[in-house]
Design a protein around this ligand. Structure first.
Ligand code: GLA
Length: 370
């Protein structure tokens, strides 16, 4: 019965959209399933790119900041915070009644070296680093208290084998750097949702490590609202089985799963670039950039099928999924044009370089209400 009502309401909405000649919107299509969002850059949330700003307002009900809330941008020097762009980002989301996400507080990348060093360039003590972490979290989270719905408190703490990676946070503070980060974030805004965000959790060893990590934090009294699966995926990875096993593994811990950085890479692999290690960099070649002149119809179809597969899984598990956020809006602004090879032409998202919906968009819309 519920499914019948859902399907009927959904079909009526699509019919109305078609009659009015309007493009259906992702946020409406999935309104009974989960929020749908995108990571934004300043030209979008400052609305200098009017076309993309309009597209974002039409399509999405949650936003993430691609860069402006990362440590290097918001807190570039000791004692100096720069909130100019972050304020614009939050204001854009509020003005458009979107769920505004904070990304990210404690990460080993895009964090200035000074954070971990003293005046002589030597590693600081545990006490000093904890003090810096607390000051950063209290200042940044505190500024947007009650306005940012939830925070990626820690990003990418794990190595591929599921152990903690030897980041400066881990090495200087010790294993409890995560516990401290979550405690500070909770202190700064007790109402904000706290997330753990990570890539490649679809692979079993890393997933097991994350499950143990979340269980440990829960045992220490931390309320993790959701685990973020970054979901920088490929055509053949992860498999349906891996994806479903991953969603279930975290749902079983009583936390939601958020799809936080979704994009589908159709370009040939340049080597060991599974996952999202942002420091990877390979040399460009024609072989590695085969679709510079456009995506052939057969590949377009495969991409649509892949997107339909992913969204059918998300819809099936909608009771466990809080949101699905794309990492970018159009193919033109995706980081995958420059990672892990600089200057390629990539096609990872649902809107083409002109902001027009791709065949994959229609396929995705069809999975709603299924
Ligand atoms: C990781 C980070 C994001 C972003 C992407 C690449 O997934 O979480 O903030 O840097 O890499 O753009």
């Amino acid at each position: 019965m519920k499914t019948f009502v859902r399907t009927t309401v959904f079909a009526a909405g699509i019919f109305l959209a078609a009659r009015l000649g309007a493009q259906p919107a992702l946020k409406q299509a999935f309104q009974n399933d989960f929020l749908v969002g995108a990571a934004l850059n300043p030209s979008q949330f400052c609305e200098s790119n009017e076309m993309e700003a309009a597209l974002i307002k039409q399509q999405f009900n949650t936003i993430s900041p691609e860069n402006v809330l990362k440590w290097a941008l918001v807190h570039p020097e000791p004692g100096r915070y720069d909130f100019a762009l972050a304020d614009r980002y939050v204001a854009f989301g509020e003005k458009n009644h979107m769920a505004v996400i904070g990304h990210t507080l404690v990460w080993h990348n895009q964090t200035p070296d000074w954070v971990f060093q003293d005046n002589q360039g030597k590693p600081v003590s545990r006490e000093v680093l904890l003090q810096r972490m607390r000051d950063h979290i209290m200042t940044v989270v505190g500024r947007y208290k009650g306005r940012i719905k939830g925070w990626d408190v820690v990003n990418e703490a794990l190595a591929e084998d599921g152990t903690l990676r030897p980041s400066p946070w881990r090495k200087i503070i010790g294993e409890d750097f995560l516990l401290k980060a979550y405690q500070f974030a909770h202190e700064a805004d007790p109402q904000a949702e706290l997330y753990y965000n990570e890539y490649s959790l679809e692979n079993k060893p890393k997933r097991s490590g994350a499950v143990a990590l979340i269980q440990q934090l829960q045992a220490q009294g931390v309320k993790i609202a959701a685990v973020g699966l970054q979901s920088h995926v490929r055509m053949d990875w992860p498999t349906r089985r891996q994806e479903e096993a991953t969603i279930s593994a975290f749902a079983n811990l009583g936390v939601k799963v958020n799809i936080t950085e979704l994009d589908v890479d159709v370009l040939p692999s340049a080597g060991n670039d599974v996952g999202a290690e942002v420091t990877s960099n390979f040399k460009r070649s024609e072989k590695l950039n085969p679709y510079a002149g456009g995506l052939p119809a057969a590949m377009q179809q495969q991409l649509s099928d892949r997107y339909a597969e992913l969204f059918s899984i998300f819809v099936k598990h909608r009771q466990d999924i809080g949101r699905v956020t794309f990492w970018g809006v159009t193919d033109g602004d995706s980081w995958l044009n420059d990672w892990p090879v600089h200057g390629r032409t990539s096609y990872p998202l649902l809107f083409d370089r002109a902001g027009k919906p791709k065949p994959a968009f229609d396929q995705v819309i069809k999975t709603a209400g299924s």
